[in-house]
Design a binder for this molecule. Structure first.
Ligand code: IMP
Ligand code: MG
Length: 217
């Protein structure tokens, strides 16, 4: 795997539609800056996408979802726990169409078996039947693509009227399976990110910005 350590983040971040560097993304990327969120911990956290940039992008994505589903009676937004809970909360409140919220949970990177084999396991299912519904799976991040690919197969087999996926973040360099994603917030380089719902060992989920986390020893 190629290291992008020498490359500034703003050169790597892309807003997928425009294929341009996302505007303003570099402003708070102070490479190597000491974490202001976790003083005393041997790690650095660098904001790579700010709260405001996220808010703007979420509003754009919600507007596109509204426009693409003008003829739909009700959307079912299926959040993938835990990482998507903040994104789902903001997105669902920006969408203006009638919508319902569901959650499911899958095994995560804490599960050694899942990490090594790419196997994904459902540990909590949605509450209501999705047959005949317009469904959008809401992910925090698509990394290798195994989780989303598994979920699209699982939910697709239940006869939804339509099935789409949205992810706030995607790491194209890490893709192992080709899974189409209908709406992508930001393509990011191969760095571990936390904040806005994303964690490292359950830490940092509630940071307002998305930050790159690096261990310093
Ligand atoms: P995938 O199956 O490899 O695409 O992994 C998807 C899941 O891995 C995400 O839903 C996250 O829970 C987790 N994940 C992958 N990369 C990161 C990261 O950089 N920060 C936090 N969680 C991540
Ligand atoms: Mg996730």
């Amino acid at each position: 795997m190629r290291s992008r350590d020498d490359e500034p983040f703003h050169a790597c971040l892309r807003s997928p539609e425009s294929n341009q560097a996302s505007p303003g993304v570099s402003t708070r990327c102070r490479k190597g800056a000491r974490s202001r969120y976790a003083p005393g911990v041997p790690e650095t956290l660098e904001p790579i996408i700010t709260e405001q940039q996220i808010a703007e992008r979420v509003a754009e994505l919600a507007a596109r979802i509204d426009a693409d589903h003008a003829d739909v009676d009700e959307l079912v937004l299926v959040g993938v726990l835990k990482g998507s809970f903040v994104f789902l909360a903001d997105l669902a409140r920006r969408i203006t169409l009638p919508r319902r919220i569901e959650f499911l949970a899958v095994s995560s990177y804490g599960d050694r078996e899942a990490e090594e084999s790419g196997a994904v396991r459902l540990i909590m299912d949605v509450r209501h039947d999705i047959a005949g519904k317009a469904v959008i799976v809401v992910e925090d991040i698509v990394d290798t693509g195994h989780t989303l690919s598994y979920l699209m197969r699982l939910l697709g087999a239940r006869g939804p009227a339509s099935l789409q996926a949205i992810t706030l973040l995607r790491k194209p360099e890490r893709a192992e399976v080709d899974v189409p994603v209908d709406y992508v917030g930001f393509d990011i380089p191969d760095v571990w990110v936390v904040g806005y719902g994303l964690d490292f060992a359950e830490r940092h989920r509630t940071l307002p910005d998305i930050c790159a986390l690096r261990r310093t020893r």
